[in-house]
Design a protein around this ligand. Structure first.
Ligand code: HSE
Length: 284
């Protein structure tokens, strides 16, 4: 048995903790033979547990403590702690593992509720479960999430070599936001989703860079965001935003703009890798 969960890019510009998109990098879990104890074979390094404390297994056991231990082989091309939803993919894969091994018959709605509760915010897990672009809201108890097909654009990730933990990046956010800013931020997010629904790329482009909720507070942790926006001023593209909690900086481009964007990023000698991703329409 094989379980596959995609990478995700959250926030997508003005949609803090609400908008996210599934992309074509994947966590793959191969379920091998039963064993006396859980054993997770992987090559993510010694910081990632190989036993029942591995996030995939921990998630599966959190919803079904009776599962028979197995030997799992986990591979992934989603870099850890880079703002591309690596922990969400592990949580979603863990839920699917429990669903399969425990024959739990959880549908997408139940998977979404469980995944959001475990992650605490829906903007990575919702697109990981449903695929494509998702607008979601979570009140601490229930997650409402709707898929909105995103225009056929490329997502060019600049992935810094350094990790940035979501916890650290969330600590940079303020407790309060001025009323006027919050109203503007919400309005921008609303119209951005409408622009996506209408495939209005010019408006997507204008609104993508008008976030009020997080980028301004995180730019000190991720100076590459401003650097890349500056660098791409003369290069045609749709927009650039901080992917999730960072540090990945995501540039969205039309297919014919992608080579120029990639060339400009490559020429800038930034300390990281540049990777072209496309939208995963199906999810886990
Ligand atoms: N919306 C979350 C954040 C995503 O920006 O902190 C974290 O993966």
């Amino acid at each position: 048995m094989r379980i596959i969960a995609p990478a995700t890019s959250a926030n997508c510009g003005p949609g803090f903790d609400s908008l996210g998109i599934a992309l074509n990098a994947y966590l793959v879990v191969e379920v091998l033979e039963e064993s006396a104890d859980w054993f997770v074979e992987h090559d993510f390094g010694s910081n990632v547990p190989t036993n029942q404390f591995n996030l995939v297994v921990r998630t599966a056991l959190a919803i079904n403590g009776d599962l028979t231990p197995h030997h799992l082989k986990v591979t992934s091309d989603i870099p850890l702690a880079r703002g591309l939803g690596s922990s969400s993919s592990a949580i979603v894969a863990g839920l699917l593992l429990a669903n399969e091994l425990g024959q739990m018959n959880l549908d997408d709605t139940m998977l979404l509720q469980l995944a959001t509760k475990l992650e605490g915010h829906p903007d990575n897990v919702a697109p990981a479960v449903l695929g494509d672009f998702v607008a979601a809201t979570y009140d601490g108890d229930w997650c409402d999430a709707l898929q909105v097909p995103y225009p056929k654009l490329d997502f060019i990730a600049y992935i810094p070599n350094q990790e940035l933990r979501t916890k650290e990046s969330r600590e940079a956010l303020p407790d309060k936001l001025a009323f006027g800013k919050a109203v503007h931020g919400a309005a921008v997010g609303n119209v951005y989703v409408a622009a996506i629904a209408q495939q209005n790329i010019d408006l997507i482009s204008r609104l993508m860079i008008q976030d009020e909720f997080h980028e301004q507070f995180r730019r000190k942790l991720v100076p590459d965001l401003d650097k890349i926006r500056h660098l791409l001023q003369q290069v045609p593209h749709v927009g650039t935003y901080l992917s999730g909690a960072g540090p990945t900086v995501m540039t969205v481009a039309e297919k014919d703009q992608t080579p120029q964007v990639m060339a400009a990023l490559a020429a800038a000698n930034l300390a990281g890798t540049v990777k072209k991703l496309t939208i995963d329409r199906l999810g886990a």
